[in-house]
Design a protein around this ligand. Structure first.
Ligand code: PLP
Length: 390
């Protein structure tokens, strides 16, 4: 039975073209990019090509990009970097209740151990913040606004351009976790008024363990790691040449294929959602349909446990999806994102996130729709809460 992988928000397979570009940097071109000889120069040249490619994907200048080990590290360098530069004079951070743990736990750490005052903005039932709440939260003590571009669990896209304008008018730095946005939607740092943004290659068909931080020219950070001085001292340590080369190629492909990728995954998602609505009763669709990543369907199956649905999908159909954020896999607490959107614990626990990718097909959706409805019927039969006709 072939695998049907519908968990692309957790991670994507590396594009074979990306792998091809990476291989020489594991073998012949193994030089340390900091070395002052031919091998070093070849590696360093490849890194600068990748930097330019990635910068192009997000409308930045290559000098504004530093490579990191992923999205989590980029978020940490940005948030801690701004905070330790500006505190204690400015010790206020504004964020939302639905951030990824890479942001949420970082601000919570600063709150608990370093005197940060944090405002956690509420979101509406679709998962979007209210701009008036943001405006009224900003004070002369505000060091940073950190609001994700698109949510990993429900795909909701925030009004980033408006947030950027507000922050610019108030003279406050604006960081966005854009890990789920890059390669999935148009994203231009200048148009969006962003000071700092975090990215991760494995979310757009690049390798794991490599990411980037955009730092707008003129934005000053306190470096969080000490060492050899690479990446303008913000991420010292020998650079991951193959990974960075892979990220550059993945960025080039993402830019070239953005429209066709969007159309493909949106087509599959919409087809899947329309079949679900016709064939399975008692569903709730989470997220804001007008402002949602094209590849995501977050579906609440009432009266069933998401973990059981996932297990049967995997066992009966070799279908892989997620019951929430992969990063909190194994954590059976209801999703903090869904709870913040006003979803009940029971409903949140019955939710499955399906996220489509470039290699999925309509036939795979048909296969899922053969396997999924009987699973839900079976689980509901065992549920004392489900209506009798189930
Ligand atoms: N931010 C968001 C929104 C994510 O979805 C993820 C990964 O799931 C991360 C940050 C962490 O990225 P990485 O796995 O590259 O550390």
């Amino acid at each position: 039975m072939d695998t049907i992988y519908l968990d692309h928000n957790a991670t994507t397979p590396v594009d074979p073209k990306v792998v091809e570009k990476m291989i020489p940097y594991f073998t012949g071109e193994f030089g340390n990019p900091s070395s002052a000889h031919k091998k070093g120069y070849e590696a360093s040249k490849a890194i600068e090509i990748a930097r330019a490619e990635f910068a192009k994907l997000i409308g930045a200048d290559p000098s504004e990009i530093i490579f990191t080990s992923g999205g989590t590290e980029a978020d940490n360098i940005a948030i801690r970097g701004v905070y330790f530069k500006l505190a204690p004079e400015k010790n206020h951070i504004i964020t939302t209740k639905i951030e990824h743990p890479a942001v949420l736990q970082t601000v919570q750490y600063l709150e608990k151990h370093h005197g940060a005052e944090v405002t956690y903005l509420d979101v509406d039932t679709g998962g979007r913040i209210n701009l008036d709440d943001l405006i009224s939260s900003i004070t002369e003590k505000t060091a940073l606004v950190t609001i994700m571009t698109a949510n990993n669990e429900v795909g909701t896209i925030q009004p980033i351009e408006e947030i950027g304008k507000i922050c610019a008018e108030k003279g406050v730095l604006f960081h966005t976790d854009a890990v789920q946005a890059a390669g999935k939607m148009p994203f231009d740092v200048n148009k969006l008024g962003i000071s700092l943004a975090a990215f991760s290659a494995h979310k757009f068909y690049g390798p794991k363990g490599v990411g980037a931080l955009y730092i707008k020219k003129g934005v000053r950070l306190d470096p969080q790691t000490t060492g050899g001085g690479q990446e303008k001292k913000f991420r010292p340590g020998t650079l991951n040449t193959p990974g960075i080369v892979g990220m550059g190629e993945a960025a080039r492909l993402a830019r070239e294929n953005l429209d066709s990728h969007t159309e493909h995954v949106k087509g599959l998602r919409d087809y899947f959602v329309s079949r679900l609505k016709e064939e399975i009763p008692h569903l709730v669709f989470h997220g804001d349909p007008k402002h949602q990543l094209p590849q995501v369907a977050s579906v609440g199956f009432s009266f069933v446990e998401g973990e059981s649905t996932l297990m049967f999908l995997d066992m009966d159909g070799n279908i892989q999806a997620s019951s929430g954020s992969a990063c909190s896999a194994g954590d059976l607490h209801a999703s903090h994102v869904l709870l913040a959107m006003g979803v009940s614990h029971a409903s949140a626990n019955g939710t499955i996130r399906f996220s489509f990718g470039k290699d999925n097909t309509k036939e795979q959706v048909d296969k899922v729709m053969e396997v999924l409805p009987p699973i839900i019927t079976r689980l509901r039969k065992m549920s004392p809460l489900a209506p009798k006709e189930e």
